[in-house]
Design a protein around this ligand. Structure first.
Ligand SMILES: [Zn+2]
Length: 269
């Protein structure tokens, strides 16, 4: 029988094949090496996130004070450990260590793709070299911190909701624990993270390259079949540090504009 690790590797290969066929904006594909790298890192991020959630599902019941049940959930947190409880710091540290190398490689891949696309030398040549760039590592750390803080927040919310539902349904602790573990061990959540964050991280690296080599403006580059959120931005050019405004009012420096966004930017010098 295949081990879990073998199954995960097989899934990564499948992920690369499926996602290569998606509607990526052309500039992602312009350099086959960095495109392949982007897809491989996306697959690795999905595995790392799914594995983290799989293990978190075992720890999560320990983050609920079951002795407080079956009182109705009144306070914000209900029987779930407070936001400032040290367990959340530990969870954040675990998720950080699971993803930070992958996020750093994604930022570096964006920078290397920039060098391949625009041709102004920045001394990266390969992600191993780009990874030595202090600003790229710094950007990757910030990006990871944001991702982790958002994911941990979502975890707390999911635990609260799961416990509240168990109370509403009159479940006992065993049933409630089983429900909670199923809610947390959710491969769809891992996929959503892994289909959005790589574009964010890659675009962070691409922008770093563009700034370093003196680009002045940026133009939103998307596929005409893209979602309604991004399509009004296609072709819009603004100064490099200005923000694009999406139809929903959100302001952003670069894609991803929404979950699974595959838009890009063209930098002008
Ligand atoms: Zn988009």
């Amino acid at each position: 029988m295949a081990t879990r690790a073998e199954l995960l590797r097989a899934r990564e290969e499948l992920h690369i094949a499926i996602h290569a066929a998606e509607e990526w904006q052309e500039s992602y594909k312009a350099n086959p090496d960095t495109f392949r790298q982007l897809l491989a890192l996306e697959a690795r991020l999905e595995t790392a996130t799914a594995e983290y959630l799989h293990e978190l599902a075992i720890r999560a019941p320990g983050y609920v004070d079951w002795s407080k049940l079956p009182d109705p959930v009144k306070a914000d947190n209900g029987p779930v450990l407070n936001n400032d409880d040290p367990v959340w710091r530990d969870e954040a540290a675990l998720l950080t260590s699971a993803v930070i190398d992958i996020i750093t490689d994604l930022v570096a891949t964006g920078a290397v793709a920039g060098e391949a696309l625009y041709g102004y030398p920045a001394g990266y040549a390969a992600i191993e070299y780009a990874n030595l760039d202090e600003a790229i590592m710094d950007a990757a750390r910030k990006h990871t911190a944001q991702l982790v803080s958002h994911a941990t927040e979502t975890t707390r919310k999911l635990i609260r909701e799961s416990v509240a539902k168990s109370i509403a349904m009159g479940e006992d602790v065993n049933q409630a624990t089983e429900r909670l573990m199923n809610v947390i061990d959710n491969p769809i959540r891992a996929r959503l993270i892994s289909e959005t964050e790589p574009v964010n991280a890659y675009q962070t690296g691409l922008k770093h390259y563009a700034k370093q080599t003196g680009a002045k403006t940026k133009t939103w580059d998307g596929l005409s079949g893209a979602c309604q959120i991004c399509s009004p931005l296609i072709g819009r050019t603004i100064p490099i540090d200005d923000l694009f405004q999406l139809a929903n009012g959100r302001e952003l420096d670069r894609p991803a504009g929404h979950p699974r966004c595959r838009c890009s930017l063209i930098y002008d010098y």
